[in-house]
Design a protein around this ligand. Structure first.
Ligand SMILES: Nc1ncnc2c1ncn2[C@@H]1O[C@H](COP(=O)(O)OP(=O)(O)OP(=O)(O)O)[C@@H](O)[C@H]1O
Ligand SMILES: [Mg+2]
Length: 343
């Protein structure tokens, strides 16, 4: 059975994992850096890269020991090669190259977004192509038709902030710790989702794109007014995000014949969002798939799994493979009017 070592270091999580081609996770380890970045209210790239340097080699040793596996037993080494904070990406990719070189193993330079995109197939062996993917994470908010490994058609993207970024910014305004998603979700449970009138940017518009910057500004005004309970603001904000995601995804479903709706990325860990998308899929007569929460936020299991999928097709990379800060899944997709630099 194929055995892959996966490495992840594109943002603020250092992670290593051993995954087999028949969907077994033999070992995995993640070390987050939340406490290092918390004083700054966001990830500081320099601090993140230095932490990956210190932590990753130990994690590789740890997963190999835990699974009782030697480098010689590996079939390939899969490492995130982008997109992400370039310093961290370089650290993890170079660590992967080191193991591949030392063991004489093939390298697979994995697109982190493909890791998220294929993660549901690790859990659900019956999930075939194509599927419509809502990829909602800290850096991205896109609707993609996943047609196969390396074959993506982007239907929509955000014209400003990503959904996870919106959670993080709203949390900061509410004085909640980073990352904001889990903190807002917990606080929202104590609040009323209709208490604060907030906008639903782009809802009803003709293309299924996303926008969250105006929502963040509205949260800022609501906090500054002093007129609302923080829990009510959190609940109303979360509901506004749910409404935006559902409206936009419904439009994308109308434009795709894919039989399954999938949600992945860190924001897919949110219970309200998962439930609302499941209802939408039922209404639209589609299957629904979502990875468990631990597989939604950054991890190396999804990188190893993407490596296994690529290796099965003979898709390996040379040791010269570059680290990329930007690396869109659908390179042919046009830049959307009003969009910032996000892919
Ligand atoms: N329960 C939750 N509800 C809402 N958002 C959440 C939840 N859990 C995590 N998130 C958000 O998910 C994001 C992290 O997801 P992920 O780790 O996939 O992003 P990233 O790797 O930083 O970005 P990308 O994958 O686009 O490079 C953060 O913005 C975080 O606030
Ligand atoms: Mg991610």
């Amino acid at each position: 059975m194929i055995l892959i070592l996966g490495l992840e270091s594109s943002c603020d999580d250092s992670a290593a994992a051993l995954v087999t081609g028949d969907r077994q996770v033999l070992a995995e380890a993640v070390v987050g850096q939340n406490s290092a970045h918390q004083p700054y209210g966001g990830v500081v790239p320099e601090i993140a890269a230095r932490a990956h340097v210190e932590v990753l080699p130990g994690l590789i040793r740890q997963v190999l020991d835990e699974a009782g596996v030697a480098i010689a037993d590996l079939d390939a080494v899969a490492a995130t090669a982008g997109p992400g904070l370039i310093g961290g990406v370089m650290v993890g990719l170079l660590a992967g190259k080191g193991v591949a070189l030392a063991g004489g193993k093939p390298l697979i330079a994995v697109n982190h977004l493909e890791g998220h995109a294929l993660s549901p197939r690790l859990i659900d062996g019956g999930l075939g192509f194509p599927y419509l993917l809502l990829l909602a994470s800290g850096g991205h908010c896109q609707l993609l038709e996943v047609r196969g490994i390396g074959r993506y058609r982007r239907l929509a993207t955000t014209i400003d902030d990503a959904a996870g970024e919106a959670f993080d910014k709203a949390a900061k305004l509410l004085g909640l710790p980073y990352p904001g998603g889990p903190a807002i979700e917990a606080m929202a449970a104590e609040g009323c989702s209709s208490a604060v009138p907030l906008p639903r940017p782009l809802v009803g518009s003709g293309e299924p794109h996303f926008s969250f910057a105006g929502l963040k500004s509205a949260v800022q005004r609501a906090v500054a007014s002093g007129a609302y309970r923080p829990a009510d603001i959190a609940a109303s904000f979360q509901q506004a995000v749910v409404d935006c995601l559902i409206d936009r995804t419904r439009l994308a479903l109308e434009r795709s014949a894919a039989p399954t709706l999938v949600v992945a990325g860190g924001v897919a860990a949110n219970g309200a969002i998962r439930r609302a998308l499941q209802r939408l899929a039922e209404q639209e007569g589609r299957r629904f798939a979502v990875p468990p929460g631990w597989l939604c936020t950054d991890n190396a299991v999804m990188i190893a799994w993407a490596g296994a999928e690529r290796l099965a097709l003979g898709l390996t990379d040379p040791l010269e493979a570059p680290a990329r800060a930007r690396w869109p899944l659908d390179a042919a997709a046009e830049t959307v009017r009003g969009a910032g630099v996000k892919a």
